[in-house]
Design a protein around this ligand. Structure first.
Ligand SMILES: [Zn+2]
Length: 579
């Protein structure tokens, strides 16, 4: 609990009782027929009475409906204004996540009665109220500092052209680095950013962007579609950025690149490809949630990309990186675009729901690679996912105690997420059902959990996914992925394949796994479908096969998370990207 309701019903009743008696006494004095005519002194006295304020006391809970954030890129000076929607029964204090060193605190345009640091954050108190709005203001100088070996924080870096890239970057549970901010992931709210900068500086921030004068850039995200704090607190600037419209479709999208001269992102993408993809994803998920303009900037970032509302910051050297995905630039762009719906318009119920937003961004990117991109792209994505998943350190919903370090968990989900939540369910539910479940899951704004995703998949398919999620999604310690031991027997042109699942726990995993059988001249893909609630770890299938078997390969297309070896030698993990 972050707020302590300090206002008790008993206390309220006590105050009301006192006031009630006072009114009764006044009535008896002023209106009763037996009262003597009053003298001048008495009349004056009757015009004022002792007043017992009715303001409630104690911490109230509230939703921040809007942040007005003023930020100066050259000094880090910031002013936060939070509009709080006070929930009944109200109170006179509010506790909010905040950094140390705030100044200029104001409570509804007045000095707060008191403020103090607590374990839950900053407690600020002012005149109490039962409900309605409190405007809370504070000033803070954001230090040039980053956290947890990431770029989260406020930083300046030199880009590939020797220009200074400034970045105020929030992330999951991090917006309170920049001023008072409710950093819960499930909060969707509105923003107005007013950024002061050098005349030559090009500034990007979430929402509708205007430049009232040469040293001010304003971003307004106050429309119907709100956004979460972890992706919205973002101000990026570079004096050398030049804006150029990359592709545009009237009333649907306008993609504007912000790159330095010689930037490699736009030039490594094909206009028609990006256009076709945007038409596809908008067709599946609906209009872009934050207006038709999508700004894409190249920058010296560590992560491949970040999804700010209406703004994508992409790593400037994406085209030069090792190709874990066949086309790093296009894959990253497609992934970040999906986050406009999956992660921004709908947000995470809690930090460890991070997996569904990455799983959806990856899976929809993959679906498009499969249907709209050159042969080989989707296959390579699956192969990389599979390596990531086989070597994952955590289950998608880790039950480890203590919980994993969040950053380690976050970079761990890019294989397990899309494979276990979607790809592996394709043969069990049908791939159209999987896509429909995702569309339903994202169809309206709000916060979502992995449990909500399971419900969406169950509703779309009519199946019970309890055993599946128990086996694959929830768990503690090193993931206990199964090894499929497959034997074969050939008799009169009939081949019987028998698979046995080997795992530490002995779980019978709900799964459908393909096995490639090769003879001297013939190749056949055989499906071993255990179904959604297998009672046994052993399954046999008999198929016609005309010649002796030369080789058997389990899961040749990387569709299932299974161990490749049985034994103690761990498979080396590939490089993991965050984006
Ligand atoms: Zn992502």
């Amino acid at each position: 609990m972050r707020s302590i309701p300090g206002w008790s019903a008993q206390k309220l009743a006590g105050v009301l009782t006192r006031v009630g008696w006072g009114l009764w006494a006044l009535g008896a004095l002023g209106c009763g027929p037996t009262v003597e005519p009053e003298g001048a002194h008495d009349a004056l006295d009757a015009q004022s009475h002792p007043f017992v304020p009715l303001w409630p006391e104690g911490d109230f809970s509230a939703r921040v409906t809007r942040y007005d954030y003023d930020f100066a890129t050259q000094t880090g000076e910031a002013k936060s204004t939070l509009y709080l929607d006070v929930a009944p029964p109200g109170g006179d204090c509010f506790v909010v996540n905040a950094p140390q060193g705030l100044t200029g605190l104001r409570w509804n345009d007045a000095e707060p009665t008191r403020s103090e640091s607590t374990e839950q954050g900053l407690r600020v108190c002012g005149r109490g109220q039962f409900a309605g709005q409190v405007k809370l203001e504070a000033r803070y100088t954001v230090p040039l500092e980053t956290y947890d070996f990431t770029q989260v924080g406020f930083s300046r870096r030199t880009d590939r052209g020797g220009n200074t890239f400034s970045y105020l970057l929030s992330w999951v549970e991090s917006c309170d680095r920049f001023g008072p901010c409710d950093d819960r992931t499930d909060q969707l709210t509105q923003y107005v950013f007013t950024v002061k900068h050098l005349a030559g500086e090009r500034v990007l921030c979430p929402g509708q962007l205007t430049r009232p004068d040469s040293t001010t850039t304003k971003c307004t995200l106050t429309g119907l579609t709100k956004a979460p704090t972890y992706s919205s607190f973002a101000v990026a600037s570079n004096p050398a950025w030049r804006a150029s419209t990359f592709t545009e479709q009237s009333s649907k999208f306008k993609v504007v690149f912000h790159e330095v001269t010689g930037g490699k992102l736009a030039s490594s993408l094909v206009v028609a490809d990006v256009k076709a993809y945007l038409n596809w994803v908008i067709g599946e998920l609906g209009p872009l949630p934050y207006g038709t303009e999508l700004r894409v900037a190249g920058a010296p970032t560590e992560w491949l990309g970040v999804e700010h509302p209406a703004n994508l910051i992409l790593r400037e050297d994406l085209p030069d990186l090792r190709r874990d995905y066949a086309n790093m630039t296009m894959h990253t762009l497609m992934h970040e675009v999906v986050h406009q719906w999956a992660g921004n318009r709908t947000t995470l119920s809690s930090p460890f729901d991070f997996v569904w937003k990455e799983a959806i961004a990856e899976y929809l990117t993959y679906r498009y690679e499969r249907q709209g991109r050159p042969a080989g792209e989707a296959e390579q994505t699956r192969a990389y996912w599979d390596r990531l998943a086989r070597t994952a350190a955590y289950y998608p919903q880790p039950e480890d105690d203590p919980a994993p370090v969040f950053l380690s968990y976050a970079s761990d989900v890019y294989g397990t997420g899309p494979m276990l939540l979607f790809l592996q369910l394709e043969p069990l539910l049908g791939e159209n059902i999987v896509l429909q479940a995702i569309k339903n899951f994202l169809s309206f704004p709000g916060d979502r959990s992995v449990a909500d995703l399971r419900s969406a998949l169950e509703q779309a398919s009519g199946e019970d996914l309890g055993p599946y999620f128990d086996a694959w999604v929830y768990g503690g310690g090193d993931p206990d992925w199964p090894f499929f031991e497959v034997s074969h027997a050939l008799e009169d042109g009939e081949l019987t394949l028998t698979a046995v699942q080997r795992s530490v726990s002995g779980t019978a995993y709900p799964v459908s796994v393909d096995v490639l059988v090769e003879g001297a001249t013939e190749r056949r893909l055989v499906t071993l479908n255990y179904g959604l609630s297998p009672q046994s770890d052993t399954l046999s299938v008999t198929v016609p096969f005309p010649e002796p078997v030369v080789q058997v390969t389990v899961d040749p297309e990387n569709r299932v998370v299974n161990r490749r070896f049985l034994g103690l030698d761990a498979e080396p993990a590939p490089a993991r990207w965050l984006f």
